[in-house]
Design a protein around this ligand. Structure first.
Ligand SMILES: [Zn+2]
Ligand SMILES: [Zn+2]
Length: 816
């Protein structure tokens, strides 16, 4: 039987569309499995093979659970607010709503080719007012709980996107979206108190089955450090005593402090700068200010700074320390003042060298060299015994030394223990059009007033121009009709908030909406939350390690604390798939696919030429799913050949034993061994090697002309249906006369695996002619007759002059 890819795949896709056999059952109906993909942004360029990689992977596990009888929720939706749709609107004059709808239609058409068991009745779209009504509702709950506040603060501003950005959206000083160097700008913002949840976000990581790598990235981003705040004192220019609190994570090095450094914008700088240094300090501050607002990175190698003319006292040593201002100290971290320990800190060392300050040693470590003035020649940041530290000499610096020194500081009132986080509050407003309006009203009399819940959603109005204004106001500010409203509290004239939410707002909670996406009077139903959540398996790209995955965890923790959901972590298991790379003819490098590099593979073309099953299987075969893998046409070709060979073998009724005949015991063992390997490897997220197991099985079946019982046949075909659902559905229907939906996920009998089989190579005059599966340890007498049968046509009419037999490996006939 010829395999007509288009006809057969078309037939099954049509059927699944008309009558989805894997449709999600009602809440509460049996064991559940919630399998979630990171929903896509429906971009104009359509689905790419990278999407396929994640979606096929999740579909495999959704299908296994479905065949195991679970109630499976495997939904799909659209994360559709964001800049690209807006930029398209600006360029082509199409309303973002229109452009988005068009892109979604394309994505949906393409997604149907994957043959995944999505339940399309669960579809959500973050730009649908029915959906964002609840995105706004959640914001109001945060606002009412005091977790959202308005602030005029210096924030990261992208001069190209013309909007403020969250810290998480800035990588190495550049806008995450467009790569432009960000600037610092003071803008009125709405900010969420994610820092209130820093410790909870850290603690929760310990309960999650996520990769260590992603957990470490979140831990580093939250950046908890334990240390001490120590008070150094100085005199103001008016003679008053001024306390200079210093935050340090290395109190053990306090005997090595040789100067203090303040952030140039620190509020106390004016009070301590002496008259003759004032001009120099002022010039330096202006220079730093203009450098930062132009978006230039501080050049970390070249330390700059200015002396204030004042000195502080080290509370431990009573030594006098010069106070500098320098831009390598940031006002936002710690107290904005550091105690500089050049002997044991790299940046302090560079500054000390530039300004010719002492670099004394207080920790003994390997390879430390001092110059003639007893200054360290290199900074040493490792651990070791304290030296030159008075009563603390001899203690291990970072552990006991640190502890004892803090104890002393606390006891003598020089300071206290502290915990600090690197995490900053989340800048939540954007000065752009295509986002959820923030549901707040500004009233001159009442201040900021939330839009009453029964007036939600605040629908995003149409505008004539989508261009960002660049003034810190969104284009919404120009629609006077919309902006001017009445205050819900005093009914006086008031103005709507014109900032919109960031593109992350909709994706922070979409997984709560899928179980009942059209619920009208509430965002979700409690019963659905108890039954479906948390998500059992979440699959998506690693690029969301911090942004989406941190924000969504924060949302869920807040909703939990406010009593809206019964769990406080949304995603129990997370798997991050790697990217698909391809050789670019232009650069000669294997790179991420992109139009500009000319190395994009369009999945539509591959489905057209090779079929969906071949693409599905190749995406899984190309390498371990967590790694970036290179697309190779030859690999795809190999999978096509395997599938055709499989079809030829399995569509031939001759592979089945006639009814009543008994399956050979070795064949049964071989099938069970395959099931064990296949399932084991999938359980460990190794679909690539699971496919190898299928290839080995097919080789053995072909080479030794195995005949299968209906039961064994069904096991093999149902197992492979998670990879190649179209072909396997067809085989189950045409050969077995049943439907995949009535089959169950095959199991294996471990008892049958105890005594394993061996594959014996059968050669005639040194040429491989057949493979023979035998019980391990079979003797030559047992093997030879069967082997002769298999290679009958090469032996016929010849005289066997020699037989070589190697147990479990080979039998070789020499003939003439
Ligand atoms: Zn940008
Ligand atoms: Zn009012």
């Amino acid at each position: 039987m010829k395999y007509d890819i288009k006809a057969i795949e078309g037939k099954w896709q049509q059927r699944w569309q008309e009558n989805n056999p894997a449709k999600t059952r009602p809440t509460g109906n049996g064991k559940k499995f919630y399998c979630l993909d990171m929903f896509p942004y429906p971009s104009g360029s359509g689905l790419h093979v990278g999407h396929w990689r994640g979606y096929v992977l999740s579909d495999i596990y959704a299908r296994i659970k479905w065949l195991e009888g679970y109630n499976v929720l495997h939904p799909m939706g659209w994360d559709a607010f964001g800049l690209p749709a807006e930029n398209d609107a600006i360029k082509k004059g199409i309303h973002p709503q229109e452009g988005t709808a068009k892109n979604i239609a394309t994505f949906k058409r393409q997604l149907k080719h994957i043959g995944a068991i999505y339940d399309w009745d669960k579809e959500v779209n973050t730009t649908d007012p029915e959906y964002y009504k609840w995105t706004q509702w959640i914001f109001l709950q945060m606002f009412n709980a005091g977790l959202a506040y308005e602030s005029n603060m210096p924030i990261n501003w992208c001069p190209s996107c013309l909007t403020g950005l969250a810290n998480e959206e800035v990588t190495q000083g550049a806008c995450e979206r467009c790569g432009t160097q960000v600037e610092e700008k003071n803008i009125r913002q709405w900010v969420l108190r994610i820092t209130d949840y820093a410790q909870k976000l850290l603690d929760g990581l310990d309960t999650l089955a996520w990769s260590d790598n992603i957990k470490a990235m979140q831990r580093n981003w939250i950046g908890k450090s334990e240390g001490a705040e120590i008070i150094f004192t100085t005199h103001g220019t008016d003679g008053s005593v001024i306390n200079l609190p210093v935050y340090t994570t290395r109190p053990d090095t306090i005997f090595g402090v040789t100067f203090l450094v303040m952030a140039p914008e620190h509020a106390l700088v004016d009070a301590i700068t002496v008259e003759e240094n004032k001009e120099e300090v002022e010039d330096y501050r202006n220079m730093v200010q203009s450098t930062r607002s132009m978006g230039r990175e501080v050049d970390d190698k070249d330390k700059t700074g200015v002396f204030t003319g004042s000195y502080a006292v080290n509370p431990m040593t009573k030594e006098s320390l010069p106070i500098y201002i320098a831009d390598y100290v940031l006002s936002g971290y710690g107290t904005g003042i550091i105690m500089a320990v050049p002997g044991h800190d790299e940046r302090d060392f560079e500054f000390a060298v530039a300004f010719d300050l002492d670099r004394i040693q207080v920790i003994d470590g390997p390879g430390i060299k001092l110059d003639d003035d007893l200054n360290m020649q290199e900074p040493y940041t490792g651990d070791g015994k304290l030296i030159n530290s008075g009563a603390f000499d001899g203690l291990d610096a970072k552990t006991e030394g640190s502890k004892k020194i803090i104890d002393y500081i606390v006891e003598h009132g020089f300071g206290h223990r502290t915990v600090k986080f690197k995490l900053r509050d989340w800048i939540f407003s954007r000065q752009r059009y295509w986002g959820e309006p923030i549901p707040l009203i500004h009233c001159q009399k009442c201040g900021v007033v939330p839009v009453p819940e029964n007036q939600l959603p605040v629908v995003l109005p149409d505008v004539e121009r989508y261009e960002p204004t660049g003034t810190g106001e969104s284009p919404l500010a120009a629609i006077t009709d919309w902006v001017n409203t009445t205050c819900p509290q005093c009914t006086g004239p008031a103005k709507r908030e014109t900032n919109t939410m960031p593109q992350w707002a909709g994706s922070c909670w979409y997984f709560l909406r899928y179980p009942n996406p059209h619920l009208a009077d509430k965002p979700w139903d409690k019963k659905d939350m108890e039954y479906w959540l948390p998500v059992d398996l979440y699959i998506g790209g690693i690029e969301h390690a911090i942004l989406h995955l941190l924000y969504a965890r924060f949302y869920v923790k807040v909703l939990h604390d406010l009593g809206y959901v019964p769990f406080d972590e949304p995603f129990t298991n997370l798997f991050n798939q790697g990217m698909v790379l391809k050789l670019s003819e232009k650069s000669g490098l294997v790179e991420k696919m992109s139009k500009s590099k000319g190395n994009v593979v369009n999945p539509d073309d591959i489905v057209q030429d090779y079929g969906s099953d071949a693409l599905r299987m190749y995406m899984m075969f190309m390498g371990p799913p967590e790694l970036d893998c290179e697309w190779q046409d030859a690999g795809l070709e190999g999978i096509r050949r395997f599938l055709l060979k499989f079809w030829n073998q399995f569509s031939d009724a001759g592979i089945l034993l006639s009814i009543g005949a008994h399956e050979d015991e070795l064949t049964t063992r071989r099938v069970h061994k395959f099931m064990r390997d296949f399932q084991d490897r999938l359980d460990h997220f190794k679909p690539n090697t699971a496919i190898s197991a299928a290839m080995e099985l097919l080789n053995d079946i072909t080479a030794s002309n195995m005949k299968l019982s209906r039961d064994s046949y069904e096991k093999v075909v149902v197992a492979l249906s998670v990879l190649a659902p179209h072909m396997m559905s067809e085989l189950i229907e045409t050969v077995l006369g049943k439907q995949l939906a009535t089959c169950t996920w095959p199991t294996y009998d471990p008892a049958l695996l105890v005594q394993d089989t061996a594959t014996i190579v059968v050669q005639v005059n040194g040429k491989l002619r057949a493979n023979l599966i035998v019980k391990k340890g079979s003797t030559q007498q047992e093997v030879e007759p069967e082997a002769k049968n298999l290679v009958h046509k090469w032996l016929e009419g010849h005289e066997i002059v020699k037989v070589v037999f190697v147990a479990d490996r080979l039998i070789s006939f020499v003939v003439r």
